[in-house]
Structure formats: C-alpha cells, structure tokens
Design a binder for this molecule. Structure first.
Ligand code: GDP
Length: 447
C-alpha cells in the first residue's frame, strides 16, 4: 500500500488539444475529493457522468469521473481520473479545485514513481513508460510496450536467479575452508558459471538491440571531402519514406539527422573530413568526428572506386562491436551496376547518392542493423541497462579467473556479490536516490 501521505494531481493530457482533457490525482485524499466533486461516494471503477462543481456549487465542467481504489490502480494508491473538455482554461480550473480539496501539483513522473515505490512496476518497466511516450518509431514503441509489460525484467530476473544459485554454491564452499579447494574445483561450478555467461551474453545482445530500437541506430558517415557524404545524408533523409527531425545542439562540424525509415529510427551523423591538419578549427572538427566514431553503432565509409582501398584506413581503430560498412559511391560515373559484397568481414555496397541507384539495399541493411524485423520478442532497453549488463560480464570474467586460481574463493564470492548488485540496479532492487531522481525527473508531468 501507499507510502505517501499526500495526494498529487496533474493535467494528464496536452491542454488545448481538441477533444478530451484528462486530470489525474493519486493519494489518500482521492475518495474525499471524488465525493466532493460528485456530491456522493463514487462506485469503484465505474464511469460517472457528472458536473464537476467548485466550492460555491457552480459547475466548472461536465464529464466523466472514475475512481480506482487502492491498491488496484496504476500507482497502487487511490486514483481519480476526471475526463472533461479539452480546454486549458477548464482543466486549469478543475486542477485548482482538486488542489483546494487537498491535493498538490505532481512533479514530472511522480505517478510512475509512486507506482514503482508501491511495487506496481519495477524500474526497467517504469523507464519503458517514458520510452513508450517518447518513441520515435513504431518498432521502438512496440519494443517499449514489451518492456513495460515486463519482458525485459523477467529475463533480468531469470539471470538473477541463476546468479544467486551460483553464489550459494561459492559462499557455501568458503564456509567450509578445509574443503574449499576441492569444492571450488568442482567442474559443476565452472559449468554453472559458463552457462551463466552464455545466458548473460544472450541478454546483452538483446538489450543492445533494444537500445537501438529505443534510441535509434547511430550511424556515423565518414569519408574524404567530396566523396558524397552530404549527398548521401540528403538522399537518405530526403526520401519520401523518411521522417526527418532536426536535432538541437548540432555543431558546425558534425551534422545530424534523425530519420525514421519505415518505422525504424536512425540517427545519422555526417562527420567532417578526418584528415590530419594544422588548422586549429579544422583540428577541433576532426576531434569531434573521432568522438562521433567512438559512439556510433555503425560507421559508414563513403568512397569511390578509385579511393576505396586507401580510404579503408578510416575504418581502423573503431571500438569492438561497431558495424562497418563501405559505400562505393558515384557508380553512375564509373558505369558499374549496383551490387553488394562481403570483403574481409565488411559489407561493401555500390551505389549512387545522385541517381539513388543501390540506396534501397543500403536502407534495408541499415534498417536490419537498427533492429527492424528483430522478431516478436524484441524489447526496449536503455544505455544504463546495457552498461549494467557489461559490468556484470566483467565481474563474471573476474570470477572465472578467481576460481581458476587456488584459494581465491573469497575473491570469487565478492565478484559475484557485485555482479548481483549491478544486475539488481536494472530493475531497481539496488538503486540510489540520485538515480531515481534522474530517471523520474525526465518524465512529463501527469505520468
Ligand atoms: P561530401 O564532401 O562528402 O559531403 O560530398 P558532397 O555530398 O558534397 O558531394 C560532392 C560532389 O559529388 C557534389 O558535386 C555532388 O553532387 C557529387 N556527387 C555526390 N554523389 C554523387 C554520385 O553518386 N554521382 C555523381 N555523379 N556525383 C555525386
């Protein structure tokens, strides 16, 4: 049940939108507020058509009143929902009335925060609520909905159970020091650890895909000046199938476009040329371009038939796991037909940013990398989830080392304890107040 003694209220629909305006309140005062507005006690989960009245008995608006008694509500507390006309003035008057009756204005994300605190949602599910609202693509929205339903959380919990089972074994071993060495050398423990590692790697891959679905695939476009980078960016973002949103804070050196391609989000960044230079300003551009490459999920080299081999150097020194692509542009000049090949583990595509020939193959490939068609089970994830899973992986690797060494049971146990803690941060079993503040503060008011 509720840990909160105060009642919060907020307008939960965009004021000014034609149609229905929604006001939501949550907390112990809700039954009294509902009774005051309706003139009698509301029936639980029943839509009452009513006049919402002010303190003098004057009607503020007519609409529907719904009362969801605790704990069977979104927040786990008593919740009131008022549906009136979609007018900012009326909703504002109604909100004042509800506050007169004892509620206070809700902070951003406070309803979902209460749902989390009351155990209605775990942290990953709560984050998915915000991601669902902010989704920039249909695939992203579908994935966020699955996370909100708990698909990701259940996988994290399953991993947690396996981890706890292993911890129990290792902790038991160090409780019996005279048998510890034999106990820890038991191949069953190594096998359990290996199985856990496989389970973790699978979840990490799914979470990385979930992150791409959520944030969009980050593609950095590199190449020498005049290779056709801007033309390609324009062709991809200018296609009739793309919805382009400008991203604020664009620097002069890195041009970004957020593109939703057939319902899949891509974030394209056209970097400045990466050549060595003496010029201060240009050097800054090159530095930023390098930063862009470190962050990208995929790096797309734009080149032409003449420079392709030499330009491959631009794809060196990328972080492990970065997808690399080569686009041999300007095939209209070279009289080459569009085609694709895998060379040295890198996908090469031949195309023309000018005529558009070959660009469909590029679009399809980017969409695939972004997680489109990634199956029914795809869920959304955030960067902090992926980082937590990577932290767990580090602890498991060190556990394996410790177990391989003699008498390192204590070390292994400590690594496993920290692994459990990192995993618990995803769903909120172990979470600092600062993190909670950061997560819920990014919500909109009324959620
Ligand atoms: P960037 O410096 O890499 O951004 O290159 P731009 O996109 O500005 O292109 C440089 C020049 O090449 C421009 O004149 C483009 O019109 C031209 N260009 C780009 N792509 C193609 C192509 O596929 N075919 C032909 N013929 N010209 C192209």
């Amino acid at each position: 049940m509720s840990q909160n003694t105060d009642t919060i209220a907020a307008i939960a629909s965009a004021p000014g939108a034609a149609g229905v305006g929604v006001l939501r309140a949550s907390g112990p005062l809700v039954p009294a507020i509902a009774q005051a507005l309706l003139g009698r006690a509301p029936r639980p989960r029943h839509a009452h058509f009513a006049s919402f009245r002010d303190a003098q008995g004057e009607a503020i608006d007519h609409g529907l009143l719904l009362h969801f008694p605790a704990p069977a509500s979104y927040t786990g507390e008593h919740v009131l929902e008022l549906q009136g006309h979609g007018s900012a003035v009326l909703l504002d008057a109604l909100l004042r009335r509800v506050c007169e009756l004892g509620a206070r204005l809700a902070r951003p994300g406070e309803f979902t925060e209460r749902a989390f605190l009351n155990g209605k949602l775990d942290l990953a599910q709560a984050e998915a609520v915000a991601d669902l609202i902010a989704a920039r693509s249909q695939a992203g929205a579908r994935a966020a909905l699955r996370s909100m339903e708990g698909v990701f959380s259940r996988k994290v919990d399953a991993l947690l159970q396996s981890l706890i089972a292993l911890r129990v074994h290792v902790e038991a071993a160090i409780d019996f020091p005279e048998e510890e060495i034999d106990f820890l050398a038991d191949p069953a423990i190594a096998e359990q650890l290996a199985a856990l590692r496989v389970q973790l790697d699978g979840l990490l891959r799914e979470a990385q895909r979930g992150l791409r679905l959520n944030d969009g695939l980050r593609v950095a476009i590199v190449g020498r000046p005049n290779a056709g980078k801007s033309s390609l960016l324009n062709a991809l973002s200018g296609s009739e199938r793309a919805i382009v949103t400008s991203i604020a804070g664009t620097t002069r050196d890195v041009l970004r476009e957020s593109v939703s391609l057939d319902g899949v989000a891509l974030e394209l960044a056209d970097t400045a040329g990466l050549r060595e230079t003496e010029d201060e300003v240009e050097r800054e551009g090159v530095r930023r371009a390098h930063g862009e490459l470190q962050r990208a999920d995929a790096v797309l080299l734009v080149t032409d038939a003449v420079h392709a081999e030499a330009d491959l150097a631009l794809l060196e020194h990328l972080p492990a796991g970065t997808e690399r692509l080569v686009l041999v542009n300007k095939i209209d000049l070279a009289d080459v037909a569009q085609h694709a090949e895998i060379r040295g583990g890198i996908r090469w595509l031949w195309a023309s940013a000018k005529t558009g020939e070959g660009l469909d193959a590029l679009r399809d490939h980017l969409k695939q990398l972004a997680g489109a068609g990634s199956g029914e089970g795809a869920f959304s994830a955030r960067r902090r989830h992926v980082l937590a899973l990577e932290t767990v992986r580090g602890h498991l690797d060190r556990t394996a080392h410790a177990l391989a060494a003699t008498r390192a049971g204590e070390l292994a146990a400590e690594e496993l304890r920290q692994a459990q803690q990192a995993l618990g941060e995803i769903t909120g079993n172990y979470t600092s107040d600062d993190l909670l503040g950061a997560i819920f503060g990014s919500f909109c008011i009324g959620k």
